[in-house]
Design a protein around this ligand. Structure first.
Ligand SMILES: NC(=O)c1ccc[n+]([C@@H]2O[C@H](COP(=O)([O-])OP(=O)(O)OC[C@H]3O[C@@H](n4cnc5c(N)ncnc54)[C@H](O)[C@@H]3O)[C@@H](O)[C@H]2O)c1
Length: 413
């Protein structure tokens, strides 16, 4: 079987979504157009574990049109857009994903795309890279890419313990990725997911954002912009200071947990909201997670201390605690923007996935050492320039005199 999707009959809706995404991803389309004749990925087999969204469809179709044989599985059991998966299957991509996979289905889909014997891999979160270092350490891989902060953290740990067995380009670390995807993209799409799941009014609510990294600062800024009285919880002193000077109240979680109406986690860390915090919370508190894994809110602990769990509407569950208080959990504690909404807007994924496409070409053309490597500066800059051009925005050019001036040390006062 060349694909496994929920319902191939959904392909028509999927095609409409893919066309919409591609028409909002001008940089990726330009990269495709510029390389289509040369087909630099001929002979390359790519296995990718990514959220199966309309934007990912634009990416894998680009890679295929540049010559690659692409195998795709989802990077989260709940984030696959089934109509998009159906359209991709119809388009000849080997796609193995559907929304609502259980854990064994999730891993068996990844097993299938690994058994296709890829020479290049693309991952979002590090599950595929981890499998290739444990269960499938026999498969020869030329190189890989990694999309998100959590995946890069895991890969750095592999590199530091001396086990990383192929080079990986940390797409997450490109300026044109984290400054826009993590911050602007998640800022908007996490709120989209919260609103689609609850339709609560944000103005006047006390919102607590846990983690003031790239994702957290995006979410906190947008929540504040919509009128929420926003509090930041941070563990890093520099980032806490930054949050204070950006105008947020900063509190530790034990204090914030007593006053928040809405909590959003974005730390990449485990149990940042735990049973002690649930006990402190006001009746009706709403919890959402925007970090990569569903470990940031202790969902298991919440279940154990609840006498009843009811589904209120799609992606919204009510937990009735023993003490009679109700806590509302969105998207089962998984990425609220991908499960409760559609993930980042296409315009943002245009930047992230242009870095992905150019990074795959780069690593197939170069011999790199087994390290976590940043996206080459010229690729990052090319993506920024192409995006500006697509938006019709011109930037200033430094004169020769200025270029010389900023490189010298002799001129002073
Ligand atoms: N939802 C999405 O679409 C999306 C997009 C990009 C990244 N991510 C994920 O979001 C998470 C955060 O990414 P990022 O780029 O902002 O990372 P980051 O490292 O820039 O920020 C994480 C922040 O959380 C803080 N933190 C860690 N533990 C904490 C604790 N116990 N209490 C308070 N603060 C704590 C850290 O000090 C840091 O400032 C990662 O899991 C990443 O993979 C999700």
């Amino acid at each position: 079987m060349e694909y496994r999707v929920k319902n191939i009959g959904l392909a028509k809706d999927g095609w409409n979504k893919i066309r919409w995404a591609e028409s909002h991803m001008p940089v990726l389309m330009k990269i495709k157009e510029a390389n289509q004749k040369r087909r630099p990925l001929t002979g390359v087999r790519i296995s990718a574990v990514l959220h199966v969204t309309k934007e990912t469809a634009a990416l894998v179709r680009t890679l295929r049109d540049l010559g690659a044989d692409v195998w795709l599985a989802g990077s989260n059991p709940l984030s696959t857009q089934d109509d998009v998966a159906a359209a991709l299957a119809e388009d000849g991509i080997h796609v193995y994903a559907w929304r609502g996979e259980n854990e064994s289905e999730y891993y068996s889909n990844i097993d299938i795309i690994v058994n296709a014997n890829p020479n290049v891999v693309m991952d979002d979160g590090g599950d595929l890279h981890a499998l290739l270092h444990e269960k499938y350490s026999n498969i020869r891989i030329k190189g890989g890419t990694e999309e998100t902060t959590t995946g890069v953290v895991r890969l750095k740990a592999m590199e530091e313990s001396g086990v990383l067995r192929y080079p990986v380009i940390a797409v997450n670390n490109a300026f044109t990725k984290y400054l826009f995807d993590n911050r602007i993209g998640t800022g908007q799409s996490a709120i989209d997911g919260i609103l689609r799941s609850t339709n609560i009014l944000l103005a006047g609510k006390i919102a607590v954002v846990v983690g003031y990294g790239w994702v957290g600062r995006g979410i906190a800024t947008k929540l504040k912009g919509l009128g929420a009285r926003t509090i930041v919880v941070e563990a890093n002193p520099f980032r806490a200071l930054e949050a204070v000077m950006d105008g947020f109240d900063v509190l530790p979680m034990d204090k914030a947990s007593k006053i928040g109406d809405l909590f959003v986690t974005a730390t990449g860390n485990i149990n940042v909201i735990d049973v002690e915090h649930f006990r402190n919370m006001k009746d009706g508190a709403v919890l959402a997670n925007a970090g990569h894994f569903n470990v940031e809110i202790d969902v298991k602990g919440l279940k154990e201390m609840s006498k009843q769990v009811s589904v209120i509407r799609e992606n919204l569950e009510e937990y009735m605690l023993e003490n009679g208080k109700r806590i509302y959990l969105l998207a089962d504690g998984r990425l609220v923007n991908l499960v409760g909404a559609e993930g980042h807007p296409s315009e943002v994924m245009d930047l992230s996935f242009s870095n992905q496409a150019l990074s795959v070409i780069y690593l197939t053309n170069n011999s790199l050492s087994n390290k976590v490597i940043n996206v080459p500066e010229e690729i990052d800059e090319q993506v920024a320039l192409l995006k500006l051009e697509s938006m019709g925005i011109e930037i200033n050019k430094m004169t020769k005199e200025q270029l010389n001036y900023i490189k010298q040390w002799k001129y002073g006062t």
